[in-house]
Design a protein around this ligand. Structure first.
Ligand code: TXA
Ligand code: MG
Length: 346
């Protein structure tokens, strides 16, 4: 367990747990990780809660701190393709994918090596691997000189963290070390591709890297198993959704225009993809209107999605109504996936 009060890094941060990524601090955090402590780290997708992937006890604490079921396996992060043979068996197609998409928001499921504890993979003979595109975490991985297991740094099922403050707000002193890497550039978790059988690759989670880009890189078609999102599909089949990424406030989704007359007393929030046409109407008649972005571009919506959901959740509206992005762009598909799961009842 962590000692309390924990030993402090050399360079202090703005809050009691958030520290700037100075060389001295990264040396300190690398040492902490090697000794079995947890450190929250930035990536280009979301913040991760990291432990040394070869340290079973440290990884067990990740599950405990997150309240995550042991049945939900962790992603292992490395600082380059050269490290893959230490943790997984390289398969056909991996080299091409790695060259094109790493470092970046792609996680690949591969047959695992024995060195990775079964705890991390929930007993599966496969391991999820990714090279993140964030210079701070790449530098930390280099200093640790080993793989880091890191799920998103949020309590299980809650909205993912895209800023260091989100991690501190959720965990307080239970995560005493958070490396500040600024707001995440992408804001949605990585695309997950199952490559265990390279002849039949499967998309398990949509993200910034889309199906077409993966298919043209691999030169073969990729299946989207049941319960995973289909490209171009506006809504997932009801009943197949797993509740995830969810605010405490009930979330409702709409396409086109919301039925404002049904929103009643103004205790509810309405979130548009871009500023609504009547954003400048008089204050007294304004409902609680918000927008994911100024531009309406999917990249800006994705960067803001989780941060705004958290802000609205904290404001304790009785309900949040969100406009769904349309179309087949990879980020539109990923945004719909996250919003449908956030709005799912079970
Ligand atoms: O962008 C990301 O992927 C972020 C950053 C921190 O890298 N990580 C992340 O981790 O989203 P997490 O734990 O929140 O989501 C990982 C997903 C889980 O749904 C888990 O079930 C799946 O990956 N997963 C992990 N290992 C797996 C395996 N061996 N086979 C199938 N699915 C796996
Ligand atoms: Mg997660």
């Amino acid at each position: 367990m962590e000692h309390f009060p924990p030993e402090a890094p050399p360079d202090q941060g703005a809050s009691s747990c958030i520290y700037p990524p100075t060389q001295e601090n990264l040396d300190f955090f690398a040492d902490r990780l090697r000794r079995g402590h947890l450190v929250a780290v930035p990536t280009e997708t979301v913040y991760g809660l990291a432990a040394l992937a070869t340290d079973e006890e440290a990884c067990r604490r990740i599950f405990a701190v997150k309240g995550r079921p042991l049945l939900d396996p962790l992603i292992v992060h490395v600082d380059g393709t050269a490290r893959i043979p230490e943790i997984a068996l390289p398969v056909e197609g991996l080299e091409e994918l790695a060259r094109k998409f790493w470092p970046g928001p792609l996680t690949v499921i591969l047959p695992k090596r024995e060195r990775i504890p079964d705890l991390i993979t929930s007993g599966k003979p496969s391991v999820a691997v990714r090279v993140p595109r964030h210079e701070t975490t790449l530098a930390l991985l280099g200093k640790v000189n080993g793989p880091l297991a890191a799920p998103s740094a949020n309590p299980f099922g809650y909205v993912s963290p895209t800023r260091a403050e989100h991690v501190a707000a959720a965990f307080g002193r239970r995560v005493p070390y958070i490396v500040d890497g600024g707001p995440c550039q992408i804001g949605l978790e990585s695309t997950i591709l199952d490559l265990r059988n390279p002849k039949r690759p499967a998309l398990l989670r949509p993200g910034a890297i889309g199906l077409d880009a993966l298919q043209s890189c691999l030169g073969r078609s990729i299946t989207c198993p049941e319960n995973s999102v289909q490209p171009g599909q506006a809504a997932l089949a009801p009943g197949t959704l797993q509740r995830h990424y969810s605010p405490r406030t009930p979330l409702h989704l709409f396409t086109g225009a919301p039925a404002l007359e049904s929103l009643g007393d103004g205790s509810q929030a309405v979130v548009f993809l871009r500023p609504p046409a009547d954003r400048n109407r008089p204050e007294e008649s304004r409902m609680h209107f918000f927008w994911w972005s100024e531009s309406g571009e999917f990249a800006e919506i994705a960067r803001n999605l989780f941060a705004l959901l958290r802000t609205l959740d904290d404001r304790k509206f009785t309900a949040i109504h969100c406009q769904l992005p349309q179309g087949d762009a990879p980020l539109a598909i990923a945004l719909r996936d996250r919003l449908h799961r956030a709005a799912a009842k079970t």
